[in-house]
Design a protein around this ligand. Structure first.
Ligand code: A3P
Length: 309
């Protein structure tokens, strides 16, 4: 008994030490990253995709969980309703590159997913996506959110999530965002890189947070058409109802309240769920600076975002 306990202590201490410290950002192949998403790099890069895998790709805070939940309901809401009440969304839709010591590695969870199709989440910029997904011609859904609301949401997320780098104050976070010094790098490079890929890779559905909020039913229809699904009108209405902000916010299997690294006393994961909350954070001067910088970085005018709906 004593031997067992002694044997467990160093592991426990190691785990807590590795995971209780906010990580540093570092440059990883030209992208700012934290070690929680690079620790398992080789294994992640060698991930073996299957042709029916479906990837949900986003820059952090663009509506990943929302779309993951929609897909999970569309595929498994009818056939396996118990999933919805017993398995948290981050295990139903594993986060491929996550590799914190105390949690299950996303790649291992994805490997072991019993479902068909497998739904897999990633925040990787386009150049980091494991090649097997391209070789297998997997369907990919990319969700993008306007930069202003995205940076605000990311700020509050980094405040409450102890597994993210120290956010600092709003003004310094705001400037780091413009410099691309965020986990998963530059928002500008991310949304543009995926947009460019869409021009040559037909199995990519590029969608916007703002459109999803404006008309969830319409966006679910577009998703179904991309995925070749034909649920009944009634089923689609049920899905649209379940994924509404107020319902997601109180659903413990979707709102991340089961993860101890997230401190809901600082800010909830499902925080505001709005378009235009940036107005409550940006000063007039910050807004002007942001717009000026944005024009320089966003040269491809075929990619347009709405900061109001
Ligand atoms: P806010 O912080 O602006 O509220 P992700 O899942 O990529 O981390 O994104 C989280 C953001 O999506 C949060 O934004 C969250 O509130 C928002 N979100 C999630 N579900 C939503 C819904 N049904 N309606 C509106 N926003 C939603």
């Amino acid at each position: 008994m004593i031997i067992q306990v002694i044997g467990e202590i160093p592991d426990l201490l190691f785990t807590q030490k590795m995971d209780s410290i906010r990580p540093e950002l570092f440059d990883f192949h030209g992208v700012s990253m934290s070690h929680y998403f690079t620790n398992n790099w080789e294994n992640v890069q060698n991930f073996q995709a299957r042709p029916d895998d479906i990837v949900i790709a986003t820059y952090p805070k663009a509506g990943t969980t929302w779309v993951s939940y929609i897909l999970d309901l569309l595929y498994f809401g009818q056939t396996a309703p118990e999933r919805q009440t017993s398995i948290p969304i981050y295990e139903r839709v594993p986060f491929l590159e996550t590799a914190r010591v105390a949690s299950k590695k996303g790649k291992d969870l994805a490997d072991k997913l019993p479902t068909s199709p497998r739904l897999i989440k990633t925040h990787f910029p386009i150049q980091f996506v494991p090649k097997s997904f391209w070789e297998q011609n997997c369907r990919i859904i990319y969700v993008a959110r306007n930069a202003k609301d995205n940076v605000v949401s990311y700020y509050h997320f980094d405040r409450m999530n102890q597994a993210q780098p120290e956010p600092g104050d709003w003004n310094s976070f705001f400037h780091r965002f413009m410099e691309g010094k965020m986990v998963f790098g530059s928002w500008y490079d991310h949304v543009n890189g995926w947009w460019k890929k869409k021009q040559t890779y037909s199995n990519l559905h590029y969608m916007f947070f703002e459109d999803l909020l404006e008309d969830t039913g319409r966006e679910i229809d577009k998703l179904c058409s991309f995925l070749g699904l034909s649920p009944s009108v009634e089923e689609k209405e049920i899905v649209a109802g379940k994924v509404q902000f107020d319902n997601i916010k109180k659903n413990s299997m979707v709102n991340y309240s089961t993860l101890s690294v997230m401190d809901y006393n600082i800010s909830p994961f499902m925080r505001k769920g709005k378009v235009g909350d940036w107005r409550n954070h940006f000063t007039v001067a910050q807004n002007e600076e942001f717009d000026e910088d944005y024009k320089k970085k966003m040269k491809d005018h075929t990619l347009q975002f709405r900061t109001e709906i």
